[in-house]
Design a protein around this ligand. Structure first.
Ligand code: ZN
Length: 317
């Protein structure tokens, strides 16, 4: 099986239905899923709630979690006990609930040993004048608890203007919400632990969705990170090379704009790639908008051709 390190792992994503979801994931990206409430495409995921399937090659039909377990050398023999990351495309037709995620320590203790959730967003598309909820306006934990218990949402919620191409890091403890009209590529730790702070009093199947008020108050960072430190505008990127957008202990994120030919070495434990726009080839394999794939450890030289935009991510070795 040693030759398989030269095989690209193309993945069949898992799409989810959400009350706030839309139809772009089917109509624009061509994912084979019915319904007009498709909120998320889990493009690269080995999570039990949405485990992607390898489309072709030696591991065709296997779940990503199985390949991770059975062939650790393809992922650099990392010390993680499960596949560490997840990549999603999120199509929000309507506002998502206001939420916050715990860190690893809190999730270990309160959520059955789950990972916490650090995530980041690349804004693929959004309306003019769009804003996201990032952070809050409470100065102290007591004020935070009062604002939440008393439902003073207008005072509590902090909205920040954003535009297409912006990058946002969401550390655990950051209050956040995606607003209607946004199309986002999310890279995150492999976890779906989310505490819902407020859901705009909406009903789902006739009932309000569960809120997690006390856990939220436990984990929200007070005061919030400044507006300036929350959003990074991505501009002046060099074509045909990996442009690092962000690095933290969980992941490093690159933007890659292929225009003609991009050649680079896969020198990481593994690389995850998602095609956001356009089409082309990767080492001779045709890919287009909506494709998600993994370049294994030891893959060697990556040779991309065509006109396409990708988000690429990896973990620290
Ligand atoms: Zn989140």
């Amino acid at each position: 099986m040693s030759a398989t390190k030269n095989e690209i792992l193309f993945l069949e994503p898992v799409c989810t239905h959400n009350i706030w979801g839309g139809k772009k994931l089917r109509e624009e990206f061509g994912y084979p899923v019915q319904g007009d409430d498709i909120g998320e495409c889990w493009g690269i995921s080995a999570h039990p709630n949405g485990d992607g399937t390898v489309k072709s090659g030696t591991f065709a039909g296997k779940k990503l979690s199985e390949v991770w377990k059975e062939q650790p050398e393809l992922f650099g023999n990392l010390a993680y006990d499960r596949f560490p990351l997840m990549t999603k495309i999120i199509d929000a037709r309507e506002d998502l609930s206001i939420q916050v995620h715990p860190d690893d320590a809190y999730a270990q203790e309160h959520e059955n040993g789950s990972f916490g959730k650090t995530e980041c967003w690349y804004i693929m598309d959004c309306p003019k004048g769009a804003a996201l909820v990032i952070g809050h306006n409470a100065a102290t934990r007591q004020e935070l608890a009062e604002m939440i218990h008393e439902g003073r949402w207008k005072e509590f919620i902090r909205e920040i203007p954003v535009k297409k191409g912006d990058f946002i890091q969401i550390d655990p403890g950051t209050v956040h919400a995606i607003k209607g009209g946004m199309l986002i590529l999310e890279t995150q730790q492999n976890s779906d632990i989310t505490y819902r702070v407020y859901d705009y009093d909406r009903l789902s199947d006739g009932k309000p969705r569960e809120l997690h008020v006390e856990k939220s108050i436990d984990v929200i960072t007070v005061p919030a990170k400044s507006v300036e430190d929350s959003v990074k505008s991505v501009a002046g990127l060099v074509e045909n090379q990996l442009n690092e957008l962000y690095a933290c202990r969980y992941y490093t994120i690159f933007k890659l704009d292929v225009n003609g030919n991009a050649v680079f070495e896969q020198k990481y434990p593994f690389m995850m790639a998602s095609v956001l726009e356009g089409e082309g080839c990767v080492n001779g394999h045709p890919v287009k908008k909506g494709a998600h794939f993994i370049l294994p450890c030891g893959f060697g030289t990556v040779d991309m051709q065509g006109e396409m935009e990708l988000i690429v991510s990896t973990v620290q070795g």
